[in-house]
Unconditional design. Structure first.
Length: 320
């Protein structure tokens, strides 16, 4: 009797604890809230030469999550192509495993860094989110609402593929390399598709500087480090974008009041849509699903327990 009872209690506690842990994951999952601090770019021609290249700043940074099989993505791509702004840097992620140009690091960026589910999605300056073609129609008018001052890199240079920096904020340096990838079906050039990614911790040295106002020495952290990305550079590279971030999940603000009108699920084909209600309630749905699976797993143990009780009762009755 004791063994079946102990087994039942253990499995019951496992179900309760598992369901509680899933239910309390919330919007940020198991990730701490993170932030994008700075964005810089390099001139590709300079980067491929033997010269020392200085990075360039930008006013806006757009990460576009797309897929060639995604029909609504064509409308968003047209909107981005017509943007025609010299103060904006764009990279295009292909996170769908069903896409010819699928890139696993873009998939991680979609699910883990930003914590959403589908395409097409447009992230503005690491702060705003436009979902689907209807919201992306507001891209031009919305972009300036997310203007921000990028800070973090004090210096960012490259010589022969060796990236070196000094920074006073952030924890991780990400390098995003794009190349041209013709659309699988229309064969239209997509020149900014992310094909390579590298990252490194931002720091390995700390300096102290003097405060100019009172000539007293104050601890002011300057992080200094480097990373070799020469193996990622060739004549096919179309852009080199470097971001300075903290690890975790970057929270985004919905940048449009328009309905997303559904959007394509990343892991399915072009005719499947993922309603906005499910997008917003995904965490609770996951908790319910996991609880259901755990509950199903405990049924055999419960049946064994009932059978053991009946058998024990029968043996007791016979002995009497």
């Amino acid at each position: 009797m004791r063994k079946p009872t102990a087994l039942l209690v253990a499995l019951f506690l496992a179900v309760i604890l598992s369901s509680q842990s899933v239910a309390h994951i919330g919007h940020f999952g198991e990730y701490a809230p993170a932030k994008m601090y700075d964005v810089r770019t390099f001139d590709v021609e300079c980067a491929l030469s033997n010269e020392t290249c200085s990075s360039q700043g930008t006013a806006h940074f757009i990460e576009y999550f797309s897929a060639d099989w995604c029909e609504p993505c064509a409308l968003v791509s047209e909107e981005l192509d017509s943007l025609n702004r010299t103060d904006t840097v764009i990279i295009q992620h292909h996170p769908s495993p069903g896409d010819l140009h699928f890139y696993s690091e873009s998939n991680i960026r979609l699910y883990e860094t930003y914590g959403f589910w589908g395409v097409p999605d447009v992230v503005l300056n690491g702060e705003g989110l436009l979902v689907g073609p209807s919201q992306s129609n507001e891209l031009e008018s919305t972009l300036d609402n997310f203007t921000r001052e990028w800070t973090g890199f004090l210096e960012l240079n490259m010589t022969n593929g060796m990236l070196s920096w000094q920074a006073d904020d952030g924890h991780v340096v990400h390098v995003w390399i794009t190349k041209n990838r013709p659309h699988e079906y229309s064969l239209v050039d997509q020149p900014l598709v992310v094909t390579d990614h590298a990252f490194a911790n931002v720091t390995n040295e700390i300096f102290n500087y003097t405060n100019d106002t009172n000539d007293t020495e104050m601890p002011y952290h300057i992080y200094n480090s480097s990373m070799n990305i020469s193996h990622l550079l060739d004549q096919n590279v179309t852009s080199i974008v470097v971001t300075l971030e903290t690890p975790g999940r970057i929270p985004l603000t919905r940048a449009s009041s328009l309905s997303s009108q559904g959007y394509d699920l990343v892991d399915e084909g072009p005719n499947d849509f993922f309603p906005e209600q499910l997008r917003e309630g995904g965490e609770s749905d996951l908790a319910i699903a996991v609880f259901g699976l755990m509950l199903a797993a405990i049924v055999p143990a419960f049946i064994m327990y009932v059978q053991a009780v009946r058998k024990q009762k029968a043996l007791t009755d016979e002995s009497e």
